[in-house]
Design a protein. Structure first.
Length: 125
């Protein structure tokens, strides 16, 4: 008999984990708000290169936020898993999905950074 198949997460532990994830989500929301406010205060002082760098930075911040939110969603699913087999499937699905997302994000950031570099070297007309 497979001991992992009969492993169940106690409801109190699941509730505690869900509360912890929600508290972390709220704390992250506060961090993102503060970071976005700080980024907004620095607007208006950039040249073309700095404007491009700002766009790349904002894109990176958006990607980071999306990735962390995906992690919170994964954590929520994980604490609701009924057994170890479901937990392993969730983990596998999450890793595969995030690898694809990270690959796409890296490609997009690379393209944006290249465009900024090209634009910043163009002579002003």
């Amino acid at each position: 008999m497979d001991p992992m198949k009969n492993f169940e997460i106690p409801s109190d532990m699941r509730k505690f984990a869900e509360q912890s994830v929600e508290q972390a989500r709220q704390a992250f929301g506060g961090f993102i708000n503060a970071a976005q406010q700080a980024a907004s205060e620095m607007e208006g002082r950039a040249s073309m290169a700095r404007a491009g760098a700002k766009d790349v930075g904002e894109k990176a911040m958006t990607f980071a936020q999306q990735n962390i939110m995906a992690s919170f969603e994964f954590a929520q699913k994980l604490v609701r898993a009924k057994d170890m087999q479901e937990m392993m499937k969730l983990q596998t699905d999450y890793i595969q999905s995030q690898m694809q997302v990270l690959n796409e994000q890296a490609k997009e950031l690379g393209q944006s950074a290249s465009k900024v570099a090209m634009d910043s070297t163009k002579p002003k007309l």
